[in-house]
Design a protein around this ligand. Sequence first.
Ligand code: UFG
Length: 330
Amino acid sequence: MAILVLGGAGYIGSHTVYELIDAGREVVVADNLQTGFRAAVHPKAKFYQLDIRDKGALDTLFQAEEIEGVIHFAASSQVGESMSDPLKYYDNNLHGTMVLLQSMVEHGVDKIVFSSTAATYGEPERVPILESDKTLPTNCYGETKLSMEHMMGWVSQAHGLRYVALRYFNACGAHPSGAIGEAHDPETHLVPIILQVPNGKRDHVSIFGEDYPTKDGTCVRDYIHVTDLAQAHILALDYLLKGGENNVFNLGNGVGFTVKEVIDTARAVTGHPIPAQVAPRRAGDPAQLVASSQKAKDILGWKPKYDDLATIISTAWAWHKSHPNGFEEG
Ligand code: UFG
């Protein structure tokens, strides 16, 4: 029996595939390679290039493979793009998940772990955020992820499928072996953007807003290492395989860092001065997002290994230094 990883050529998906294979699991990856990279797929995983909106292709896969559970990363994930092109998010994230669930129900595959996000909360009422706190997304990306959670709930009631939604905070870092890391085009995430400066790809980093109600005026986020996120998916899948009920878990370190603190840490890690310039606020950015992940620790037994931001950024730097063009050659 194999685990099907949809979006297994993307950033968090590819790291989860590496952890699954290290744990001795059989893995099938499906990805349309629109934002993922074939080179990020572990050589021991079986690979299908397909789009989850293609029901025929999914049906063929479920007929050909013995799948015991699905881990679903295949989605669009840029907050800014979701505001300028919301229908792309409804199509890829919601329609895609609808087609996937149709095919799973038809083929009797009834366990799914999937990527949700801190963006489901919107502007939090308090930090650290608990899973039971109000969900009121402030962007279309978060809205589609919250709707995906609801869709799973209704399909669960009707067809007995069970799901775990993992609400990630700020994923960063790279595989400790240096084999794979973070690569987006265009890049919008803070840590890889900062590291483009010592890599000679940009001359400074912009700080989006210095007038937030935080200790130094810049936004506070909870940065969590990608392999710790990957481990949580394996634990969540095992929880479902052991009969666990539908559930939602936050995944973060529970410690907030400001944008300026992240830049300072990257300066210390890289030994580069990394010039920074204050720029206007980016639309839709909440001032603070920090997770309580106590529930994942208590129920899943999750123990993040990387609780130190400098170590997390060091793993990212090792990857970016050796792969200045990401997975592209040259
Ligand atoms: N930032 C800058 N300069 C940059 C890039 C980012 O100052 O060049 C700031 C942002 O304004 C934000 C912080 O750095 O305050 C982190 O920004 P990221 O884009 O790295 O991450 P976000 O917190 O915006 O987004 C992440 C995930 C999303 C998810 C969101 C939940 O990438 O998928 O958390 O709010 F939806």
